[in-house]
Ligand binder design. Structure first.
Ligand code: HEC
Ligand code: HEC
Ligand code: HEC
Ligand code: HEC
Ligand code: HEC
Length: 439
């Protein structure tokens, strides 16, 4: 591998993150204070040459199952993503390109680190760069210096780093890397900090770190690199060639979260099914209530029983998670509804939503991450925690049945209509949990 450029310090005050430590270039510098997102040159790093990170198809020749799982995952589509691209293009347009390097380094790390990004339209990408967060990017990470904004150091070359250390491969050298077994490895990307305001746009890693799972030593890998929700085993061999050892558990590479709709649109049906299982494993609903003089009080408790971080997590400002409530009286008349989807597939705006929204410089609520100056609204359910909502309902009747569903969407219908006008795409709602009570 070769290094083309060291970072040019004269260029900028706000460029901070120097990525590679294996060279004569300076070590990575911690941003203090946080960098300024200014519409000047992109952040620069030391660049490798195109081809220094190997094509995932090469790895796939031996690591066939891992390759299949990864190919259908959101890591493989992190650049071409149907929801990523429109948001990225809008961010570029509204910041005169200032966000290009920030978003690009994480969503297209190989392209960024081999000098194919910018330009931000991806026109210089080779085939390897198109494939997003790929095998050789992850397996040549040698260090994590910052647990946000792609704070992983790359050392591409013949040595592939992994969780074993007792492996022999005919194609590459191997090295034990404890880092790959730790949440910190994921944290370099699953925490996104606005470079100017310091707002944590994505806080999954910090959130996990502060919660009960971190304290118990249950990592991201334990839940997201296992066959299904919770901790499970996937026995077998990781390679079909080269005397791979039989293992009790081979780390799965589906990297499934909650994005079942997008996975299904990518043709990754198995992944989509796993994502729905994940969503259903995450939450439980418990209802209580009492009759009042003119109706009823309904109390809904939403408990996060399965996720190692708040639900929702990640791009919570884009996702929708809300309560749908229906109350019927003894005659079968619907006396109360909340959280319904209308004829245009939009969710009732008065619904109880669990999400985060930002505030921009003028103090207005926004879901544009690049404008985030502070957190404007944050209501989510912490790991093993409960959020309670009480509905005081005026209704005619003697006895009532209340049905409550916790629903999830990857994105609002309105946002999809704006991104893809005229395509007739309908965003499905996934039921995470359901409960009923009579009183
Ligand atoms: C010719 C077959 C072959 C190819 C091609 C191949 N590998 Fe491997 N790899 C193996 C074998 C065999 C092992 C050992 C598996 C075992 O014994 O558990 C292995 C082990 C690994 C390990 C585990 C290292 C450890 O000790 O934890 C990683 C990571 C890895 N390979 C990554 C890659 C990447 C990335 C590529 C593509 C750039 C790749 N491999 C291409 C055969 C191959
Ligand atoms: C987002 C980062 C990431 C990507 C992309 C990725 N891996 Fe991994 N891989 C990991 C981590 C982390 C582990 C170790 C998980 C653990 O054991 O805790 C791992 C484990 C492995 C192992 C060892 C499996 C075992 O349990 O013995 C092999 C082999 C491997 N990966 C190959 C690949 C190949 C081939 C690809 C591409 C098709 C790939 N990886 C893509 C992060 C990644
Ligand atoms: C180089 C940065 C990077 C690293 C390292 C990384 N991720 Fe990701 N991850 C991303 C990006 C970017 C996406 C979103 C891709 C997209 O736009 O669809 C993502 C998506 C995901 C998703 C899918 C979320 C959904 O909506 O369904 C899961 C799950 C996930 N990552 C888990 C992990 C785990 C676990 C690790 C550590 C073993 C890890 N990631 C390491 C950047 C990274
Ligand atoms: C105890 C198991 C568990 C642990 C530990 C865990 N997760 Fe999750 N994660 C889940 C479940 C279940 C979901 C599905 C619910 C949801 O989407 O919020 C999920 C969802 C996600 C999503 C998708 C969010 C979306 O947009 O729908 C991402 C990304 C993610 N996790 C990343 C991580 C990372 C990174 C870590 C470690 C810092 C981690 N997870 C630790 C269980 C876990
Ligand atoms: C340091 C890594 C990192 C940076 C920088 C980053 N993202 Fe992401 N992005 C992620 C991760 C991780 C996810 C997955 C979270 C989830 O699924 O909820 C994601 C998901 C997304 C999604 C949702 C994709 C989908 O298919 O659901 C959009 C849209 C997005 N990012 C846009 C952006 C934009 C625009 C920027 C720049 C302003 C940006 N991201 C910067 C890590 C990053």
């Amino acid at each position: 591998m070769s290094l083309k450029k060291c970072m040019s310090l004269s260029a900028v005050i706000f460029i901070l993150i120097i990525v590679f430590n294996l060279t004569g270039c300076s070590p990575r510098v911690t941003p203090e204070p946080p960098p300024v997102l200014s519409p000047a040159e992109p952040r620069q790093t030391v660049l490798f040459e195109p081809g220094d990170f190997q094509d995932p198809a090469i790895c796939g020749a031996c690591h066939t199952e891992i390759y299949q799982a990864w190919s259908g995952s959101k890591h493989a589509s992190s650049w071409v993503g149907e929801l990523f691209q429109p948001d990225f293009q809008q961010a570029l347009a509204e910041t005169d390109g200032a966000v290009g390097a920030l978003c690009g380094e994480c969503h297209a790390p190989v392209a960024f680190r081999t000098g194919q990004l910018p330009p931000f339209d991806g026109s210089e990408f080779d085939e390897i760069s198109q494939r997003g967060i790929s095998c050789d990017f992850c397996h040549t990470v040698s260090e994590v210096t910052e647990k946000f904004n792609t704070g992983n150091v790359s050392s591409p070359g013949p040595v592939k780093r992994g969780p074993r250390g007792d492996t022999v491969s005919p194609m590459h050298e191997t090295m034990y890397s404890q880092l790959h077994t730790e949440a910190e490895f994921c944290g370099a990307c699953h925490n996104v900090r606005h470079p100017e305001s310091g707002v944590l746009i994505i806080d999954t890693y910090d959130d996990w770190l502060a919660g009960p799972y971190a304290a118990e030593g249950i990592t991201c890998q334990d839940c997201h690199m296992t066959p299904g929700p919770g901790v499970g085993k996937n026995p077998g061999r990781s390679s079909i060639a080269g005397n791979a050892k039989e293992r009790e558990h081979i780390a799965t590479h589906y990297f499934v979260g909650g994005s079942s709709w997008q996975l299904s649109r990518m043709g990754s049906e198995e992944h989509a099914r796993k994502a729905e299982e994940n969503l259903r494993a995450a939450a439980r609903l418990d209802l209580a209530g009492k009759l009042t003089a003119d109706g009823l009080d309904l109390t809904v408790n939403v408990t996060n029983v399965g996720a190692g971080h708040k639900i929702p997590t990640g791009v919570t400002y884009i996702r929708q998670m809300w309560l749908e409530v229906t109350v019927v009286n003894e005659k079968g008349d619907t006396v109360f509804r909340s959280g319904y989807t209308d004829a245009e597939n939009n969710v009732d705006q008065n619904a109880v939503f669990f999400r985060r929204l930002f505030r921009d410089k003028e103090g207005n609520a926004t879901n544009k991450s690049w404008l985030a100056q502070e957190i404007g609204f944050d209501r989510r359910i912490p790991p093993r925690g409960t959020e309670t909502e009480t509905y005081s309902i005026q209704a005619a009747g003697k006895t009532f049945t209340a049905t409550v569903r916790l629903l999830y969407r990857s994105i609002s219908q309105a946002a999809v209509n704006a991104h893809s006008p005229g395509q007739g795409l309908l965003v499905p709602s996934v039921e995470m949990a359901k409960a009923e009570i009579k009183f």
